[in-house]
Design a binder for this molecule. Structure first.
Ligand SMILES: C[S@@+](CC[C@H](N)C(=O)[O-])C[C@H]1O[C@@H](n2cnc3c(N)ncnc32)[C@H](O)[C@@H]1O
Length: 249
């Protein structure tokens, strides 16, 4: 049972960098529902796009899978599809053991007929050894250090089968700094409406400052192209959040 997120509710003497350990994992599902605009709808969008790129014996890989929400929803949709589900493999990768333990509990080894596997890995070192028709990164590339980000996207493109895709959702900056600030204000309004106090919002913002580094929309699009994807599109936008689809010929 997921607990309510109260991680930043009490005043903190010293704010340390945000991490994805046990205390975050145990409130994570509630945290995302209340801190990411359109979280559920974007999950549906990711699943609907991924579904179109799946065929018999496909591998679908979620990088930064956390508690397995996206792969669980995808397996639910694939259960009723035209392909033989038992030939499909869902791979979740994350650097947090606490998250992967929950993902394993949420999806057993053969979930809805799909084979599942979970790997503890640091994506700052890139991603090799997994070839897939669909790669998904929902709100995770933003945590990969900028120094390693482009190499990781290159690895993803190289490991995407011909005709496959990469679905990327990120917190983003607007190209204009004034608008960027405005969008961040809108985002705080959203969190307020979801029941977070000013103190919670301010303390979490500080904890994330050196950890979550968003890029501009244009820079994300350019990086996807430069790393080898043939077609790149934005499929979702809400102020400072954007979803991108990149396909490979
Ligand atoms: C905001 S969460 C992703 C949410 C998730 N994709 C979803 O749809 O609910 C970011 C995840 O990325 C993982 N992560 C952060 N940095 C990572 C890294 N360098 N390598 C692998 N995973 C990382 C975290 O442990 C966390 O589970």
């Amino acid at each position: 049972m997921n607990k309510n997120d109260r991680m930043f509710a009490s005043p903190m003497e010293r704010i340390t960098d945000f991490d994805f350990g046990e205390s975050t994992a145990e409130v994570f599902d509630d945290m995302l529902l209340r801190s990411v605009p359109f979280y559920e709808e974007v999950q549906h969008m990711i699943v609907d796009i991924a579904y179109e790129f799946v065929h018999d014996a496909s591998v679908i890989c979620d990088l930064g899978c956390s508690t397995g929400t996206t792969l669980r929803m995808l397996a639910g949709k694939l259960r009723n599809n035209k392909h033989s589900v038992h030939t499909l493999r869902l791979v979740g990768i994350d650097s947090s053991q606490a998250m992967l333990e929950r993902a394993r509990k949420n999806l057993d080894q053969s979930y809805n007929g799909c084979q599942t596997s979970w790997e503890l890995r640091d994506l700052n070192s890139g991603v090799t050894g997994v070839v897939a028709d669909v790669f998904i990164m929902n709100l995770t590339l933003q945590f990969v250090r900028p120094l390693y980000r482009e190499q990781l996207v290159r690895d993803i493109c190289q490991n995407t089968n011909s005709g496959g895709c990469f679905i990327l959702v990120e917190k983003v900056l607007a190209d204009d700094t004034l608008l960027s600030r405005l969008y961040i204000d809108m985002f705080h309004e959203f969190k307020n409406r979801k029941g977070y106090s000013e103190l919670e919002i301010a303390q979490k913002r500080e904890a994330l400052e050196n950890v979550l580094i968003p890029y501009r929309v244009g820079d994300n699009l350019q990086m996807l192209k430069a790393c080898g994807f043939a077609h790149v599109e934005t499929f979702f936008r809400w102020f400072n959040f954007a979803g991108f689809i990149a396909t490979k010929n």
